[in-house]
Ligand binder design. Structure first.
Ligand code: NDP
Ligand code: AKG
Length: 418
């Protein structure tokens, strides 16, 4: 991955590009290029050997014009302040694209969780939750899972918050286990919106995703579930990867069996039914119909973009293309369905979870999936309408035009507090 591209600068460049297509002043747009506030803190815990261990951690609250800040918490050694700021901005634009009543936030801890025991991770998470407590809450800022976090971490955050506040407030955090007030369908939601976006995109282009060959980079929550749902629809998933490598089978991989293999061994590598192992670059430049980057930012730079052979890219990850790669792919007429639409299923079902928590009334999985489909299809249709009516260069630009207008409208309606 190209280290030198700063995701926060990429986000700001995207807003600058959108400016040409918007009726908004420079000052209005400047406000939408920076977070409203960022918490930077150092967590310290006693590790299993009794020594002190410290970790840098961040929470960025980007924009709250449309509702409480909302977004995941990432555990990764590559987390930086600027990465978290960028991810919080993409959350604000994403929530506006799918028109759910949230602003954008994101958090992260600089840690490789694979190096710590479950007990240590619980201490670290509870320490972070304690630092976050004054900032979060069901009407302030609502964390959720991201890379290397899931139900377990969300349950710990909820429990810490509720204990310190002496209350029950399950809507303080989403992506919880069902027994802790989670929603049916949340675990699958991000992969489901990737599948729905791919389905709609192929339909728009006059083909059927069921006939598509697919490569997926990243085999965690977003990537593995998108692969499974596409496999179930009849698409042929020929290649998948994780941080240890990539596997390929010309006749198609069984997405669920690859996941079982990864659960057993920790990696997709050496999956028995693979014809061959590929490098990361080989996977990203495979001659497939659909490429799904589902790992981290900057996975595809201009150099790789020049060799991408897929017709359609659906961004499951946040910010997987550098701005230069975006330009190269637009010039080459590769259709890119942007992250702020394609992976918005996660935050959409988080919104459903929050609604259910507030009403203390829980929905069936069928209802969750139906309502998610309506949100994603409506957002897709709105984006296509803007793309065509305004003759915009990319779907990403259409998404920013829609989202920025919605955020500015909310801000203007709110008036000015001196
Ligand atoms: N979880 C969610 O609800 C949402 C997630 N997203 C975005 O989706 C992306 C993935 O998140 P998520 O699936 O939750 O995270 P996970 O931690 O569940 O999975 C991340 C996957 O990416 C793999 N990976 C990491 N580095 C590389 C690399 N260099 N090459 C190939 N694979 C790599 C990891 O490999 P390994 O398993 O070997 O570590 C893992 O399989 C992120 O951009 C996230 O922000 C967006 C919306 C919602
Ligand atoms: O579910 C959520 O609130 C946010 C998920 C997330 O972090 C993302 O969409 O990038």
């Amino acid at each position: 991955m190209s280290e030198q591209v700063n995701p926060f600068e990429s986000l700001q460049e995207q807003i600058d590009d959108a400016a040409a297509h918007l009726d908004a002043s420079d000052d209005q747009l400047e406000r939408l290029k920076h977070p409203e506030r960022v918490l930077e803190t150092t967590l310290s815990i006693e590790d299993d050997d009794g020594s002190l261990a410290t970790f840098k951690a961040f929470r960025s609250q980007f924009n709250g014009d449309r509702g409480p800040y909302k977004g995941g918490i990432r555990y990764h050694p590559g987390v930086t302040r600027d990465e978290v700021k960028a991810l919080s901005g993409w959350m604000a634009y994403k929530c506006a694209v799918v028109d759910i009543p949230y602003g954008g936030g994101k958090g992260g801890i600089v840690i490789d969780p694979k190096e710590y025991s479950a007990v240590e991770l619980e201490r670290i998470t509870r320490s972070f939750a304690t630092e976050l407590r004054p900032l979060i809450g069901p009407d302030r800022d609502i964390p959720a899972p991201d890379v290397n976090t899931g139900q377990r971490e969300m349950n710990w955050i909820k429990d810490t918050y509720e204990t310190l506040e002496n209350t029950t407030a399950p809507g303080t955090v989403t992506g919880k286990a069902i027994a802790s007030g989670g929603s049916e369908g949340r675990v699958e939601a991000t992969g489901r919106s990737v599948m729905l976006t791919a389905r709609e995109a192929f339909d728009y282009l006059g083909t059927d995703v069921a006939d598509a060959t697919v490569a997926v980079q990243g085999y965690g929550n977003a990537g593995a579930i998108a692969a499974r749902l596409l496999d179930e629809r009849g698409a042929t998933v020929v290649a998948v990867s994780d941080s240890s490598g990539a596997v390929y089978n010309d006749d198609g991989l069984d997405a669920e069996a690859v996941k079982d293999h990864k659960n057993e061994t920790g990696s997709v590598a050496e999956y028995a039914d693979a014809d061959e192992e590929l490098s990361n670059r080989e996977l990203l430049t495979l001659d497939v119909d659909l490429l799904i980057p589902a790992a981290l930012e900057n996975a595809i730079d201009a150099d790789i973009a020049a060799d991408v052979a897929a017709d359609v890219i659906v961004e499951a990850a946040n910010g997987p293309l550098t701005p230069e790669a975006d330009d190269v792919l637009a010039d080459r007429d590769v259709y890119v369905l942007p992250d702020v639409l394609a992976n918005a299923g996660g935050v959409t079902v988080s919104y459903f979870e929050w609604v259910q928590n507030r009403r203390r009334f829980y929905w069936s999985e069928e209802r969750v999936n139906d309502e998610l489909e309506t949100v994603i299809v409506n957002a897709f249709d709105g984006l296509v309408e803007t793309f065509e009516d305004r003759d915009l260069p990319t779907f990403r630009m259409a998404a920013y035009v829609v989202a920025i207008r919605r955020i500015l409208d909310a801000h203007e309606e709110g008036g000015t507090f001196p």
